[in-house]
Design a protein around this ligand. Structure first.
Ligand SMILES: *[C@@H]1O[C@H](CO)[C@@H](O)[C@H](O)[C@H]1NC(C)=O
Ligand SMILES: *[C@@H]1O[C@H](CO)[C@@H](O)[C@H](O)[C@H]1NC(C)=O
Ligand SMILES: *[C@@H]1O[C@H](CO)[C@@H](O)[C@H](O)[C@H]1NC(C)=O
Ligand SMILES: *[C@@H]1O[C@H](CO)[C@@H](O)[C@H](O)[C@H]1NC(C)=O
Length: 598
């Protein structure tokens, strides 16, 4: 450790030598000394926190996993309880996203040799078995064959959650298959191919098939609020399909491998469209009417970190110019809006939340948002050290000028003083975010979902499993640990983007309705082709067989959807009465629906 500090101080002093030539020596020396002292003290505080909080976070995470976890009462084996908090809010559910990210950490720890205890292996196997069962549970998003894999959350006894919710969420199958593939590759490397072929591959294939078929359809984002396309979701889908293509090929499944690869290329192309060149950040959702500045992009970047991919921008690697620029915009968006951030200099760490417009529980910092910023920065440092240089472009310049106001675009080799200065400063910046976590972690080390924007006190769900996992993955990155490469190196973005409408079926909607002259019947519904319930854009029906009004629409195959008919007369829109009509489109063929006006 001491060596690292010495290195850091040396870097600073080299930086100083450059600046002395240009600036007034006394001012510089005073500020350099203060900075040295701050960094030195901060690194100690952070070291202490990491060694104290690490075991608490691990224990806190394990306590929420069924059926042995101390806070997992009622959960089946391998089920991750999002939080044991039952009231305000009730989080005693299993989310596919949270569980997959939590188990990604455990699988990494097991396969990289950090925790090879038989208990962890049993938990991982229980997770696999549990997810295999859950894939088959019919739920409001459908059955396994009709889109049900997009269901975001289940009861902890593995039954379907049937109340209203933001569904589907299409990142779940992608994240789950990624976790299962990391484990499978380890099993293959450890002479256990039969476990992969018989148990894991059938589950993984379901998830990859779902992802290949549905990636180009909208769904709810990771915060379960906005239904549109979402960067985190697309990025997770790209990784799953890319890794899935190579994995399928490894298993001799060449035909599905080709399908996954084709769709991976399509998603990679689509992924580029999230970049906002004016604001210089990644737009998190295509809908929702917000700025699009969101922890979504940092979370995507760390999930997709590939230590062999350098600072590649195609997959928005953590040290890519776009990901670093986006990170700065995201962090800065919280400087003024949270009182606990007031007075903190503009180039130092602050508490960050999900997105600046957030109003959930009043809109507060999230532990996992702060941890994600630190992790993206540590991942960047890992890559810079590995490739022996720091690249700076016009896009990432504002990020780097926070630490070195006169630095210019260029590639700075590890032998240069600029490399040392920036490396040291970014490490200190990253540690600053861990220091924020430290400051707002209560003395018992428990991590809730949020902490108050005005008083820093823990808020919302207690013991959030994902908060614990996010602290642990950030600590691992700080220690220089990386997950295995997944194939992000050297990818070329296709010049032309292709849609994937997936297979469709012709559905004829017949509606018997008597109308007066000048009155017309239209169709609107929950899916894109039915114009997302928009009466203005609703599908017009033909009255050629009056009083049967009719239209044939290409509907995505194997998809659950809702719809209703509307009347338009003299600009006045009248909806049918009663609840929404519901239909699950078949896998193939054609279908005729015979309805009459209600
Ligand atoms: C393969 O992995 C499964 C699941 O962990 C385990 O039960 C089995 O004993 C392993 N088989 C071999 C040959 O290692
Ligand atoms: C589908 O893909 C096309 C081509 O990349 C893209 O323009 C469109 O926005 C995508 N739609 C969704 C919902 O992903
Ligand atoms: C059509 O769908 C049915 C299930 O609805 C399935 O059994 C059959 O194999 C499918 N046919 C083709 C050609 O895909
Ligand atoms: C609707 O009516 C047509 C005949 O006009 C029939 O072929 C079809 O099966 C009917 N659809 C349903 C769902 O009953």
């Amino acid at each position: 450790m001491l060596e690292i500090y010495k290195e850091s101080i040396r870097g600073l002093c080299q930086a100083g030598a450059e600046q002395i030539a240009q600036t007034r020596m006394r001012v510089f020396l005073v500020s350099a000394l203060a900075l040295c002292a701050t960094i030195f003290t901060q690194a100690r505080v952070v070291d202490d926190y990491v060694s104290r909080e690490g075991p608490i976070a691990k224990a806190g995470l394990l306590a929420n996993i069924g059926s042995t976890g101390a806070k997992s009462l009622g959960a089946r084996p391998g089920v991750v309880v999002a939080s044991p908090n039952r009231v305000d809010p009730d989080y005693v559910y299993m989310w596919i996203r949270d569980s997959s990210l939590v188990f990604k950490l455990l699988v990494d720890q097991y396969t990289l040799g950090d925790d090879t205890s038989p208990a962890i292996r049993s938990l991982i196997d229980a997770f696999v078995t549990s997810q295999g069962r859950i894939q088959k549970v019919s739920n409001p998003s459908g059955t396994q064959a009709t889109g049900g894999l997009g269901e975001p959350k289940f009861n902890i006894d593995e039954t379907a959650f049937t109340d209203g919710w933001g569904r589907p969420q299409r990142d779940g199958p992608a994240l789950r298959s990624t976790t299962l593939m990391i484990y499978s590759k380890w099993l293959l490397a450890n002479q256990n191919g039969s476990q992969v072929t018989n148990v894991l591959w059938p589950i993984i294939k379901q998830d990859l098939d779902y992802t290949a078929q549905y990636w180009n359809q909208t769904g709810f984002d990771l915060w379960e609020e906005v239904s549109s396309s979402s960067f985190f979701t697309s990025a997770a889908q790209h990784r799953a399909l890319r890794e899935g293509a190579a994995f399928a090929r490894q298993l001799g499944q060449t035909s599905v491998a080709a399908t996954y690869e084709e769709q991976a290329n399509n998603v990679l192309c689509f992924l580029q469209s999230y970049w906002n060149p004016t604001g210089k950040y990644i737009t998190s959702n295509t809908g929702g009417g917000r700025s699009g500045i969101d922890a979504n992009s940092a979370l995507a970047s760390i999930h997709n970190f590939d230590p062999e991919a350098g600072c590649d921008v195609a997959t928005y690697q953590p040290c890519s110019d776009k990901a670093l620029s986006s990170l700065k915009v995201y962090v800065d968006s919280f400087r003024q809006i949270y009182s606990i951030n007031k007075g903190i200099p503009a180039n130092q760490a602050v508490a960050t939340g999900r997105y600046p417009e957030d109003v959930y529980y009043g809109g507060n910092p999230w532990y996992l948002g702060v941890a994600a910023v630190a992790e993206q920065l540590y991942d960047s440092i890992i890559t810079w050290n590995r490739q022996g240089n720091i690249p700076i472009t016009d896009i990432s310049l504002p990020f780097f000028r926070q630490f070195s106001p006169s630095v210019n675009p260029g590639t700075y080799a590890s032998s240069s003083s600029t490399f040392q200065t920036l490396n040291t400063a970014v490490k200190a910046f990253a540690d600053g975010f861990i220091a924020i976590l430290e400051k707002y972690t209560p003395t018992d080390g428990s991590l809730a979902e949020q902490f108050g924007r005005d008083n820093g006190l823990p808020l919302s769900a207690k013991d959030l499993t994902w908060s614990y996992a996010s602290a642990l993955t950030a600590f691992n990155a700080r220690a220089g640990k990386t997950s295995a490469s997944w194939g992000a190196k050297g990818l070329v973005v296709p010049a032309v983007c292709h849609n994937n409408p997936g297979p469709t079926v012709d559905i004829t909607f017949n509606e018997q309705a008597t109308t007066q002259f000048g009155e017309n019947i239209f169709l609107a519904g929950s899916i894109d082709v039915l114009k997302g319930w928009s009466p203005d854009n609703a599908v017009a029906l033909s009255s050629a067989n009056y009083p049967i009004w009719s239209a044939t629409v290409k509907i995505p195959a194997s998809t659950n959807f809702e719809y209703k008919y509307i009347r338009k007369f003299n600009g006045v829109v009248t909806w049918e009465s009663g609840s929404n009509r519901f239909f699950a489109s078949p896998q193939n063929g054609t279908y005729i629906l015979n309805d009459s006006w209600r």
